[in-house]
Design a protein around this ligand. Sequence first.
Ligand SMILES: NC(=O)c1ccc[n+]([C@@H]2O[C@H](COP(=O)([O-])OP(=O)(O)OC[C@H]3O[C@@H](n4cnc5c(N)ncnc54)[C@H](OP(=O)(O)O)[C@@H]3O)[C@@H](O)[C@H]2O)c1
Length: 299
Amino acid sequence: MTTVIDGKAVAASVIESVKSATRSLESDAGVRAGLAVVIVGDDPASHAYVSAKSKMAKECGFLSVQHTLPEETTQEELAALVGRLNADPSIHGILVQLPLPKHLMSEPIIQSILPEKDVDGLHVVNAGKVATGDLEGGLVSCTPAGAMVFVRHIHGDDLSGLNAVVIGRSNLFGKPMSALLLAANATVTTAHSRTRDLPAVCRNADILVAAVGRAEMVKADWVKPGATLIDVGINRVPAPERGEGKTKLVGDAAFKECAEVAGVITPVPGGVGPMTIAMLMANTIIAAHRKAGRQPPKF
Ligand SMILES: NC(=O)c1ccc[n+]([C@@H]2O[C@H](COP(=O)([O-])OP(=O)(O)OC[C@H]3O[C@@H](n4cnc5c(N)ncnc54)[C@H](OP(=O)(O)O)[C@@H]3O)[C@@H](O)[C@H]2O)c1
């Protein structure tokens, strides 16, 4: 019988832990955690993400600050705002919503955020710490951190003897995910568009993680019976069965058929997705604890 992971429930339990750590930091050290979210331009999807993040930060009891900048903001203006947030002691986490409008370069902006405030985990210092297996000193990118919460729930902290395959090698997800699995002692293969015979590589996986961005690419016969399948993909596809012009979200795995083979599977939506915001809150409270010289909570 396949277990379908309820990502919303796991995310809610992470948020409860964040709330309790927020309360204790405030009562014991007099410090209120602060998260600043910066958005440039009018992209409706980005605005929806940012509102959800700011709302969740408030719910967690953080000082939640949102900076909404116009489309015509210059590189210098955005850099100056990041500089002010870096220097602001009430702000422990800074998130610049990506993608930025085309005339702005995101990389210099991300790299200008102080690594200890980089709650998205995208600064090279934080990426480097994950790559070198230093998981206590830095901040781990939110989506792989969330996927690892699922892996630990299912397999525990030590993945010795297990084969893991991650499909995708992006800096945002695939590379840090592979590094986290390796740090937990799994034997890891990172597959990508140049991998030969991807289905055969996947069939070797006790833990299969798909982060490609191709709707329902992973089929049932790619999945080892009883394997754990973590589906990170978010793909919007036409759904004529729901009415003319309607769409729906699907993952990178063909959920129904894969669920018949996998031991554990994450759905899309409602799997990895809700964990990303939860881990952003987790990173913010970790950063605030460190700044106050206190042992941060573990997630
Ligand atoms: N749940 C969340 O909150 C969350 C967060 C982040 C991302 N996502 C989703 O996760 C997916 C991946 O995101 P990303 O940012 O990592 O995407 P990305 O930067 O586009 O990377 C996609 C990766 O998939 C590989 N790939 C593409 N076609 C392939 C194929 N036919 N066979 C094998 N590998 C293939 C690419 O290989 P090459 O390197 O060889 O090109 C690349 O490494 C997207 O659907 C995204 O929306 C979800």
